[in-house]
Write a protein that binds this ligand. Sequence first.
Ligand code: SF4
Ligand code: SF4
Length: 382
Amino acid sequence: MRGNQHPWPGYEILTNLDCNLRCTYCFEHEKCRGANNFENMMDFLADSFRRDYVELEKPPCVSPVIDLIGGESFLHADDLDSICRHAERLCARYGVKAPFIVSVTTNGTLLTRPEVVRLLERWKEHFYIGFSIDGTRENHDRCRIDAKGRGSYDRAVAGLRVAQKILPPRQISVKATFTHETIDRYAESVIHLIELGFTNLAANVVFDEEWPLSEAERCGAQLISVADYLLDNGLTDTTHLFQLNPAGVDPRRFNPCVKARGNFCGSCKYMRCLGFDGLVYGCHRFAAAMAKPIGVLRDHRIEITDAPFVEEASEHYKLWPQDCKDCDISGYCPSCVMAAYEAGDARAYYARQPQCGWTAACVGARVYLRKRLNHEDLSQGA
Ligand code: SF4
Ligand code: SF4
């Protein structure tokens, strides 16, 4: 999930579907394919640069952001190196002054490999690494296992230590994922991640499970425990949990009443992801499932072939039930177009309000944090 409303979206590339792990909740069920077609990756990048910096006149001081999604992208370190070289050439060709950013989400276990260390050292100004670590060893190893069923926590932390030696903290982040089985360990897990040295964290619940309003209290208690930890340790301005005190936003000024003006994410309309076989999808999750391509690479250019679906997906918010359209906190509600599409009947999916409890918990915890920081009366309304 990306909450990407930016007019200059990243260029997503599904680099590969193979992975050295077998996480139990991974939505990428196809593990046997290798890397994406090399020429297609190069063409996709070149046409994305051309479109943004020539057609759409993106300012040269704005960094191009290349999002690499696997599988486990670091299985293919040579391809990643070629992507960086290509991006460097494209920046020169289009006069882009800002450094290109390569954002990679990884399970972290391969960062100890010599070829990956060399890659990070060579491109250390460009790599932003997002680790998928689900908190404590016990929590992480419940779901993030390898083909032999062995937990991967120790290998992921070994990879983190390598990254911490090469990259500055702002280029390292972590994304933890929680299910109903693990949610009661959310606070313990997030605090553990902070103690591992992460200062940029996201800790979300899986979209594949539903979190009705009745679960808001259970989830909220976990988030409030994290807020208390940040407050007790004076970390609210230096350590950022996206669900509680996201970077760049003053938690003292949090306003809970923000209505959505459209879909939560920019899938299909503002985002494009290169999938396999030269097909272009609305985001990495569509690409991984190989469902509903919106375009194709033809003659080195991206051609949108299903404009009606782009339109339909972009207007999914119109399928929300009236309660959601009227909801004061809908701007924080992370509904997923792809999850709705996969559910078959999107309207029925949204009618179940699958993220309601989680959203209410996050907003409630942000109000709690604001009140404590401002010494507001905790017993008063938001
Ligand atoms: S459709 Fe879902 S997975 Fe894709 S970008 Fe949107 S929220 Fe993320
Ligand atoms: S699911 Fe709940 S929090 Fe989300 S928009 Fe609907 S009513 Fe609001």
